[in-house]
Design a protein around this ligand. Structure first.
Ligand code: URA
Length: 341
């Protein structure tokens, strides 16, 4: 493949995971995309392409902070495409383990999402617990939070939530959707999967993750020896955004209390978010998926693991391996939590 085309694809994939900067050098992805589109000098563009080709071939060296990253950084610098300075501490490298906590000091209190009310023994925020062998990420809320007087605290079953969702008019999405998609699965599930929003097949059927992404999600769950029936599957948004566009802040604000209430009722031992959007919403962060992966975050005491969205894996099969690693982590955390209870 033409190196520029390869670079363009690569950068678009990074942008899809929530990254905005080109890993180390404070260039925005949009800027580099403009460079390779020929808006800057071709020398600079080729240097960027060469640098990124190295990154594509050796992404793990960037992740681990391996000294080998110096090669492509200096290529970029020599080409005048990037400043020599290191990225500031506030902009951690993808895959670094500590900065997530430092950019998102614990505990984080989401401004607009109601608090959960499911204290779990041994799940003190930031404290030692059954998952302490894992690297801790963002801690949202305290495990012993009291019930927030949300509009849905009176809904005392998943069934009641589903019925309310089906007649919900809190945001305009109900008007363009065919069916609401509240979620489905075991009400006593130990693991809850959270996606972004229903797509076309889900809108048609009223069931979450039943299209191509859903088939892949089923396989991902099977890889960790879980069936769809024994987990609970839902989304941040319960109605499909037209044309699968990104959810708007007002829609998240209106809809997320349903998700919170579902989590309160199911009280899973582990939450797995699929895709940038679900992770950033529950963890109340703008950190990219690369920064959030590989860590065990805490959502009001419950371990939360983030991974790629199955739809992203369909576009980029290279993400299957890291997804496998993420769900294996979720499995280990689940096993550990089960042993502790
Ligand atoms: N993508 C999602 O995030 N959720 C679904 O239910 C289907 C596709």
């Amino acid at each position: 493949m033409d190196p520029r085309e390869q670079l363009r694809t690569y950068l678009e994939q990074r942008r899809e995971t929530g990254e905005t900067e080109l890993v180390l050098d404070k260039l925005s992805i949009d800027e580099v995309l403009r460079i390779i589109a020929g808006e800057a000098s071709s020398a600079r563009g080729s240097a960027v392409a060469a640098a990124a080709a190295a990154e594509i071939e050796h992404p793990s060296s960037v992740r681990s902070g391996d000294p080998g990253t110096g090669d492509w950084r200096s290529t970029l610098r020599d080409a005048g495409a990037a400043p020599a300075a290191k990225p500031p501490a506030a902009e951690p490298l993808p895959g670094e383990q500590t900065p997530v906590a430092s950019t998102d000091p614990a505990p984080v209190k989401p401004p607009s999402i109601p608090r959960l009310a499911f204290p779990q023994p041994g799940h003190e925020a930031g404290g030692p617990d059954e998952a302490s062998e894992f690297k801790t990420g963002i801690v949202v809320g305290a495990a012993d939070s009291e019930l927030f007087r949300s509009p849905f605290s009176h809904l005392d079953s998943l069934q009641a939530i589903a019925e309310t969702v089906r007649s919900c008019t809190r945001c305009p999405l109900y008007a363009t959707a065919t069916n609401a998609v509240p979620g489905e699965g075991d009400p006593n599930a130990d693991l809850v999967c959270v996606g972004e929003a229903p797509g076309a097949s889900e809108d048609e059927t009223g069931r979450p993750f039943v299209g191509e992404s859903g088939k892949l999600l089923t396989k991902i769950l099977e890889a960790i020896k879980l069936s769809r029936e024994e987990v609970f599957i839902c989304n941040v948004l319960k109605h499909r955004p037209p044309g699968n566009r990104n959810p708007l802040p007002g829609e998240v604000e209106a809809c997320s209390p349903y998700l919170i209430r579902q989590l309160e009722i199911v009280r899973p031992k582990v939450i797995v978010t699929f895709g940038t959007f679900a992770a950033q919403t529950l963890l109340n962060t703008k950190s990219s998926l690369s920064q959030l992966r590989g860590l065990v975050h805490r959502y009001y005491g419950t371990p939360l693991i983030v991974t790629y969205h199955p739809a992203a894996l369909l576009r980029n099969p290279a993400w299957k391996r890291p997804t496998w690693n993420d769900v294996q982590l979720a499995r280990r955390v689940l096993d550990s939590a089960r042993q502790g209870s």
